[in-house]
Design a binder for this molecule. Structure first.
Ligand code: HAM
Length: 416
């Protein structure tokens, strides 16, 4: 046996205590915002039939063309680790016939996603998202609600230094008219083979090209925003006025292109000001054709994916997460076997009543145990020795103030 240390695969994010407390807090804040708006949990597989993503997410995207973790399983099937959540939700909705029930279908999900990207701060090969999807209703009010849920989630974390970029990709007529002119424009550019190929599948992709020369070349490109049909414009105006009414600020960014091909209509991205290159903390939008593309009915949907990893980094950058997230109510230090018995029984009662209780295990000297109590962030500490068990009373020490009071063991619940 070789003693070589095994390390995590390159570029994955992982959370261990105490930082995992922040991760947990962020994930809860984001999904609480969704649950409060009536969204229900969907727990889906992390691997799917590869075709779900090639058809659903789009072959022109980096996500599908370069970043998928695809392998052949033992039954010779092509399997891909999910790079995003929307396609899987659609697959499941169609498979279980939810689209034939009450609309809109409103679901949320949280979990790991996989993209073989070049790892850097805030960009990982396994990362985490909280997402929602509202399917079966094409109404600017629900677009505004979806955006408001993301905003509420970020604000519940305590974030303030972010902005919301908003645009509309219009309706089918808008996109068709714009595409004609955009393709004409692109034909005047001198493009390399790979870029031409990408433009052929989805010419909008070129707005997303990060190379300076391409950014310059695209400066005079026709903008989709200028092609909105009256109906599409009215929809977009409605989304904006609902957001205004809710006090949610946005910047209309007609050059914004999302990294996935299924978008139509309202699209948006939350950008954090302190995160540098990987500043997108969440994004989403409407997808009119996705469900049909995957073999379902022609239902429209809208949703978002919020990056938990990046929201954690943003919270740390803003310094808004307090370090006492893991604070417990009581730390019990039993001295001896009889005391351990009482400690276990007392902790069980208190925990059943909803309290967080630590017990000091092992033959730790009192001094060491007190140190551990201090480190645990517990609000109260009691030492249980033979005398306490005989009398039924303990000295309850309040860790913040250092004051103590005498409390009966069976009245601890009321005292802490
Ligand atoms: P997305 O913009 O590709 O959208 O990803 C959403 C968020 O996930 C990003 O804004 C970012 O915060 C985070 N994220 C993406 N890639 C990485 C990575 N490699 N490392 C760390 N964080 C990352 C979607 O995935 C769509 N499914 C969202 C959606 C739902 N649209 C409609 N419904």
């Amino acid at each position: 046996m070789s003693g070589k240390k095994i390390q995590a695969p390159k570029g994955v994010s992982e959370y261990i205590p105490p930082r995992s407390n922040i991760f947990e807090f962020v994930r809860e804040a984001l999904n609480t915002a969704a649950r409060r708006a009536g969204y229900q949990l969907m727990e889906l597989p992390v691997f799917e039939d590869t075709e779900l993503f090639t058809r659903g997410v789009g072959a022109s995207t980096d996500v599908v063309s370069k970043e998928m973790y695809t392998f052949t399983d033992r039954g010779d099937r092509s399997i891909t680790l999910r790079p995003e959540g929307t396609a899987g939700v659609m697959r499941s909705v169609i498979e279980h016939g939810l689209d034939r029930g009450q609309l809109p279908i409103k679901v949320w999900y949280a979990g790991a996603f996989f993209r073989a990207e070049r790892p850097q701060a805030g960009r990982y090969r396994q990362f985490y998202q909280v997402g929602i999807e509202a399917i079966g209703l094409n109404d600017p009010a629900i677009d505004a609600e979806v955006i408001a849920i993301a905003d509420a989630g970020f604000r519940a974390i305590g974030l303030t230094q972010f902005r919301l970029d908003l645009t509309s990709l219009g309706d089918a007529q808008t996109r068709a008219a714009h595409r004609v002119d955009l393709v004409k424009f692109i034909q005047t550019l001198d493009l390399d083979e790979a870029t031409s190929a990408r433009a052929l599948i989805n010419p909008l992709r070129l707005f997303d090209d990060k190379r300076e020369e391409m950014k310059k070349a695209m400066l005079n490109a026709p903008l989709l925003m200028d092609y909105l049909t009256p109906a599409a414009r009215e929809d977009f105006e409605n989304v904006k006025s609902y957001l205004d009414a809710m006090g949610i600020a946005y910047v209309v960014n007609p050059r914004m292109v999302r990294g996935l091909d299924y978008y139509t209509g309202t699209t948006f991205e939350f950008v954090h000001e302190l995160l540098g290159a990987q500043s997108g903390i969440g994004g989403g939008g409407r997808y009119d054709g996705l469900m049909q593309e995957l073999g379902g009915q022609a239902l429209s949907g809208i949703g978002f994916g919020l990056g938990i990893d990046r929201a954690v980094l943003a919270a740390e950058a803003e310094g808004v997460i307090s370090s006492d997230l893991a604070i417990s109510d009581l730390f019990i230090i039993p001295l001896g076997d009889l005391a351990m018995n009482t400690a276990l029984v007392t902790a069980q009662l208190l925990r059943n009543a909803g309290k967080t209780v630590h017990i000091s295990f092992g033959d730790r000297a009192l001094k060491g145990a007190m140190k551990a109590a201090d480190k645990s962030g517990a609000r109260y500490v009691v030492v249980l020795g033979d005398a306490e068990i005989a009398s039924g009373n303990v000295e309850l020490k309040h860790m913040n103030t250092g004051t103590t009071s005498s409390v009966r063991i069976d009245s601890l619940l009321e005292a802490i």
